[in-house]
Ligand binder design. Structure first.
Ligand code: NAD
Ligand code: ZN
Length: 269
């Protein structure tokens, strides 16, 4: 049999504890680590993934609401979906996975957190973990948010940023400076990412010995391309996900399981 296929078969048939051990050793031995998280990391906190059950919103596909076209066509609908998500997230708290990543970034040099999540839970974990450990600066545990932050609004005219408008479901408020509609400060499908933010994430991925990828379907580019940058520079990729993804075949180690259970174990923090 082709040696590459044999190696791949050996990887998928390894017992779970051996995969966790291998991932732990890779992370413990790394000088530089980049961590990429997706919606799955917040699922155990109660934040629905885009593929999950979404109650009254289940008749809409997020790909049809999180777009500039949808906002242009029906701003009230898109705004009320975001207000629903903001209220839902306000009632959620970071879980053991967020906490472990925050501890990792606070206790080791050379760790860069990158998230596709817009929920701010990594920030909250950074503050909680730093204050519990008596660390005055949670900064190293704050992630690069490549898809923006739901708790901010951005003016669709002058780009001014403001904290998210509370309460109103009646549609997007107007900017006090220029009168244009406010929108959530998130990257919608079809929009470009902030080049500085994704550029820093790509540089960290190139420099990393290990890219740890957790709770992402690895479908949304350019974020989904980060692990490949690490692999191409000779580093390793550790994936943690409930299900196989398009990354699974090329990951050095891929572990099936809940991020909140696996991450604390393998990052040793
Ligand atoms: P996704 O919804 O496409 O995929 C989630 C992935 O997480 C799936 O592969 C699933 O198998 C896995 N998963 C679910 N629960 C898990 C758990 N407990 N432990 C480990 N893995 C788990 O999410 P994505 O890849 O982040 O891409 C969707 C886009 O939607 C992103 O751009 C993101 O910005 C946005 N989004 C963000 C949030 C959030 O901020 N929490 C929520 C939904 C969507
Ligand atoms: Zn404005």
């Amino acid at each position: 049999m082709d040696p590459a296929r044999l190696e791949c078969l050996a990887r998928v048939t390894k017992p779970a504890h051996a995969l966790r051990k291998e991932a732990t050793a890779l992370l413990a031995g790394a000088t530089r680590i980049v961590v990429l998280t997706g919606a799955g990391v917040s699922a155990e906190s109660g934040v629905p993934t885009f593929r999950g059950e979404q109650g009254l919103w289940r008749s809409y596909r997020p790909e049809e609401l999180a777009t500039p076209d949808a906002f242009h066509r029906d701003p009230e609908l898109v705004w009320s979906w975001y207000q629903w998500r903001r209220e839902l997230i306000a009632d959620c708290a970071p879980n053991a996975g967020h906490d472990a990543l925050a501890r990792l970034a606070l206790t080791r040099n050379g760790v860069t957190l990158v998230t596709q999540n817009v929920d701010g839970l990594h920030h909250r974990a950074a503050r909680d973990v730093a204050s519990a450990a008596g660390v005055s600066d949670p900064e190293p545990a704050h992630p690069l948010e490549v898809h923006g932050a739901i708790h901010r609004d951005r003016c669709s005219g002058c780009e001014r940023l403001t904290p998210a408008a509370a309460g109103s479901n009646a549609g997007p408020p107007s900017c006090v400076m220029c009168g244009s509609s406010l929108r959530p400060d998130v990257v919608w499908f079809g929009e470009s990412l902030d080049p500085d933010v994704i550029g820093s994430a790509q540089e960290a991925a190139i420099q990393a010995d290990v890219c740890l990828v957790a709770g992402t379907s690895s479908l949304v580019y350019p974020a989904a391309g980060l692990p490949d940058l690490t692999l191409r520079s000779g580093g390793a990729v550790v994936e943690v996900n409930l299900d196989p993804t398009p990354l699974t075949g090329s990951a050095t180690v891929s572990i099936r399981g809940q991020a909140g259970e696996i991450l604390p174990e393998i990052v040793g923090a």
